[in-house]
Design a protein around this ligand. Structure first.
Ligand SMILES: C[S@@+](CC[C@H](N)C(=O)[O-])C[C@H]1O[C@@H](n2cnc3c(N)ncnc32)[C@H](O)[C@@H]1O
Length: 300
């Protein structure tokens, strides 16, 4: 895909951008690792300050983001662009002894992933039950829904959709009875018949969240990557992490707490006592910011 300048500007609105800049505090010459570069919303602003392109890396597992980043940085100075899961990329960089002054991870999905029905992340418009961030490999949501066992589906709904054990089993059973499902809307409609609606939130939201987390092993990726971060940071280096739901935030919060409470041995110092959330101005223009939480720590 070829992107024009307007598309490049509007594809994805980065969340908590000014808060990331204020707390990560990039300086001229510093090196930067973006583990979820997406559409370079954060990266382009940070690199514009550091001006250190050649020792910086942008990672994403979505080939559409990677193609965008390659096109964006094809002329002039370019960071290294890595098409991989951030866990694999972080491990390779660590193995090569690479270190950085600044690291950012902005978890979750990008607007183009959500907005393109063909990716299957949304039930607003009908699309195939895919949900893979890297569409080249792995199980799709359709594989899970149409072939998963009752126990597996119920576990996914309980652990990643935070449904009660009873409700998880009930929904899993209903899915099994009504399958096969071809598209996102028919799955959402089947779920809506069983799950009670809570306020304005569509009952299928949690089911879609659960399937997406399972398909992309989202929590496993985070759990395996967090312990690598201190060794990827130079002394005094900062890491900023943006999460979008409590399951992600809990992992980051607990990891930061553990690694900063080792007395003399502590590898990180927490810079944000409480997570930073979006202000009313941003909430008014960027609905994705509603559940975003930013935590920042510094390499001791
Ligand atoms: C919220 S978007 C990031 C947006 C980016 N900060 C920006 O401002 O343009 C999250 C991105 O992380 C990528 N991603 C999520 N989990 C990943 C993983 N485990 N490995 C690599 N990329 C991942 C997604 O493909 C998506 O492009």
């Amino acid at each position: 895909m070829v992107y024009n300048n307007t598309q490049m500007k509007t594809l994805h609105n980065p969340v908590l951008l000014s808060e990331v800049l204020a707390n990560l505090a990039p300086q001229l010459g510093e090196t930067y690792l973006d583990l979820t570069a997406g559409y370079a919303g954060h990266a382009s602003r940070i690199l514009a300050i550091t001006q250190n392109y050649k020792s910086s890396c942008l990672v994403d597992r979505d080939i559409n983001s990677i193609n965008f980043l390659r096109a964006k940085y094809q002329d002039g100075e370019a960071p290294e662009i890595i098409h991989e899961n951030f866990c694999g990329a972080a491990f390779s960089l660590y193995t090569c002894g690479r270190t950085f002054d600044l690291i950012l991870a902005d978890f979750g999905v990008s607007s183009p992933q959500l907005d393109n029905p063909e990716r299957g992340f949304s039930f607003q418009t009908s699309g195939p039950l895919d949900m893979r961030m890297d569409s080249s490999k792995g199980e799709t949501a359709g594989d899970l829904v149409n072939h998963g066992s009752l126990a597996r589906l119920a576990d996914i709904l309980k652990n990643y959709g935070e449904l009660s054990p009873n409700l998880s089993r009930k929904v899993a059973l209903a899915i099994i009875k009504a399958r096969p499902f071809e598209d996102t809307v028919s799955l959402a409609e089947a779920v809506a018949k069983i799950l009670p609606r809570r306020g304005r939130i569509h009952p299928a939201t949690r089911v879609f969240q659960a399937l997406r987390i399972a398909v992309n092993d989202e929590l496993g990726e985070i759990e395996r990557t967090l312990p690598l971060l201190p060794d990827l940071l130079n002394p005094g280096g900062r890491v900023a992490i943006i999460t979008f739901h409590s399951l992600e935030d809990r992992l980051v919060k607990n990891y930061f707490k553990d690694v900063s409470s080792d007395g003399e041995e502590s590898k990180l110092e927490i810079l944000t006592k409480h997570p930073i959330t979006a202000g009313s101005l941003e909430l008014g223009i960027n609905p994705r910011a509603r559940s975003a939480k930013l935590r920042v720590a510094k390499r001791v």
